[in-house]
Design a binder for this molecule. Structure first.
Ligand SMILES: Cc1cc2nc3c(=O)[nH]c(=O)nc-3n(C[C@H](O)[C@H](O)[C@H](O)COP(=O)(O)O)c2cc1C
Length: 198
């Protein structure tokens, strides 16, 4: 099960509990994740909306102990590798920068926006399935591209560690202190009626 919703994360409006309950831990338990459990998360991502239904998101994944996991872990910056190596699965999120139009291959300006939506769906399904997903921008793109056979017209976005909550006491001290769900800016600082907040 996921950690109970901490009372430090109280929404200003009564959203479904899963939104504030989702968070990104670094203490993972080295639990085994099955291929079916992993595919369930990617299936959720597959149902994300995208511009013209192009579905530009692409994923490369590995399960703890397999060659794909090792290849993805090898691309992480040392700070991330130190904790993410204990996760159950690593997923690289990419997207195809172009799409096949009626006049041939054209740019798809929304590929990154759509890949972000898909990662959000994946993270929410992970939460609903009793896992946690933690995205990372800290990885070497060239190493990941080479190791995973990234096609030329794709862009890399993030690596996602998925796993079950582990014991925070096993984290390095600096990370242990940060192992708690973060807060959010007030909604009024993010959204304005009729104009953007200053
Ligand atoms: C695109 C992206 C890149 C991130 N990169 C890293 C990273 O390299 N290392 C890390 O520890 N966390 C990383 N994070 C996690 C964020 O710091 C975290 O999601 C944010 O602080 C909000 O916390 P929460 O997910 O627990 O709500 C990243 C998150 C996203 C969405």
């Amino acid at each position: 099960m996921n950690a109970p919703l901490l009372n430090t994360r109280v929404p200003d409006h009564p959203v479904a509990e899963i939104f504030p309950a989702r968070w990104s831990p670094r203490a993972f338990s080295e639990a085994v994740m099955t291929e079916d459990e992993l595919l369930l998360l990617l299936e959720a991502a597959r149902w994300a909306p995208s511009a013209s239904n192009v579905q530009p998101w692409r994923f490369a994944w590995g399960l703890r102990g397999d060659a794909g996991f090792a290849a993805i872990a090898g691309a992480l910056v040392p700070f991330n590798r130190a904790w993410a190596e204990k996760s159950s699965a690593l997923i690289v999120v990419a997207s195809r920068r172009v799409r096949d139009g009626s006049e041939g291959v054209v740019d798809n300006p929304w590929h990154g926006f759509d890949a972000g939506t898909a990662w959000g769906y994946l993270a929410m399904q992970a939460q609903m399935s009793g896992f946690h997903a933690h995205a990372m921008g800290g990885f070497d793109h060239a190493v990941a591209a080479q190791a995973l056979g990234l096609p030329e017209d794709h862009a890399l976005h993030a690596v996602v560690a998925v796993g079950k909550l582990g014991d925070p006491a096993r984290l390095p001290e600096a990370l242990r202190a940060r192992e708690t769900p973060s807060l959010r800016m007030p909604l009024a600082a993010l959204a304005g009626r009729g104009q953007f907040p200053a």
